[in-house]
Each structure stands twice: as structure tokens, then as C-alpha cells.
Design a protein around this ligand. Sequence first.
Ligand code: M1P
Length: 247
Amino acid sequence: MARNEKIIALFDVDGTLTPARLQISDEVKTFLAELRQKIVIGTVGGSDLPKQKEQLGEDVHENFDYVFAENGLVAFKGNEALGRNTVLQYLGEDKLKELVNWTLRYIADLDVPQKRGTFIEFRSGMLNISPIGRNCSREERNEFEKWDKESGCRKTMVAKMRELFGEKFGLTFSIGGQISFDVFPNGWDKTYCLQYLDGQFDEIHFFGDKTWEGGNDYEIFSDSRTVGHAVTDPSDTLKQLKEIFGM
Ligand code: M1P
């Protein structure tokens, strides 16, 4: 049967296609290849493109019709780049410096059990801020996640930053992973990628694991242009795909 070019399924990466920050399994990869015979498929992750490639494979552009990294700020259809927008262009040097300086001061005063390196990762479309530092090991990352749940470290920091910079700079703060949170201009959440699909599809399905308000899948999950599906992990994603697309 010919593929239905009017239906697309978009997938979050961490917790939806892969365990957090780990690689896609052969089972999921094979299943998606079969799904792609029936409909169009794409990724929409919060992480940058190198991280998506680490997790989904260097051949990600061959295996997905659309690849959206950094919420779609870095966008590809096949190997063709569709667009790129930067947080630096949006904020300008002065505001960016104010934000970075405040963040580093705040983290310096935090009593996090372990501190490593790369507290701010500067990406095209967002800043990724981590109180432990992105250089931590997998074990340290898991420990931090547990401690963060008890202490509310990220939630408190996000609330403070929202109060100080949310309205002033027009920024959104979103907790999407285990050790960090993302900061980006209002509207540059995962719905940003939908502009590249407008008018081309009858149905845009979205699958994500952080679909609650404040989670980084919330906006696209609840957007009127998509049919949202909340999943708990990659095996649940496959289960739901089988039910929806009769595989
Ligand atoms: O895709 C979800 C998140 O994955 C990473 O989060 P962490 O390192 O905290 O587990 C980051 O790439 C983050 O930007 C992204 O939203």
C-alpha cells in the first residue's frame, strides 16, 4: 500500500524514542522503519543536533523525513536545512550577558552535592542551564535527578528566573531532562517546528513523555494543530503506535 503523505507522526526523543540521553534500541529503530512505509515521520527534540545524532544515529536524516533539533530552531527535511534562528540574535549581547552573569552567580551560591563543568550550554536557539554542570557522569546525573526531586533546586531556580527575566526579556523556562532546564524566547517551544509543516498534512500526531504543563512537550502536545499522545517510555510509544496505526 502506498504511504499516506498526509499523515505525519512527530516524536520527542528522550523518554519517548530512547531512555533519557541514551541510544535508540534496534527494536524501536526497526519499528519506525516499518511505520515510515505507512506515514511520514519526524523528530522534535529539545537537545541540539549533535546530541540527537548520538542518540538516534549519525544516519538520522536518512531514517526520518523531518529532523527538528532545539525544538525546531534547527530544522531539516531530509538533508536539506530548512531554517535556523538564534537566541543571540533575539536577545543581543547586553541582555545575554546580564542573563549569563546572573545565572553563574546564582549557581555559585547553590549548595548542590556535586558540581562539575559546563553550567551553561550556549546553543543556537536556547541556553541550557545545569546546576550540577553538563560534564557530570551518568551516575552523577542520576544522583542529581534524585536530589533535585527532593530539594526542588531546578523548580526554585526556574521560578526565580521567570520572575526576573520572563516578562522583561520575553523568555520561557522549561524543564525537559534530568539535570538541566532550557531557556528560550517565548514561542520557541516545540510548536516552533510546526511552521515547517503548515498546510501540508491532514493529521500531525505528536508523541511525548513530558506533556504536563511546565514539561517541554506541553505546548506542542496541547496545540490545536496536533493530535497529542502522552507516553511513558519507548515501549509505550510502540504500543500506542501499534494501536493507532494498526501495525
Ligand atoms: O530532550 C530533553 C532534554 O534533554 C537534555 O536534558 P538533560 O541533560 O537535563 O537530561 C537537554 O538536552 C535538554 O535541553 C533537553 O530539553
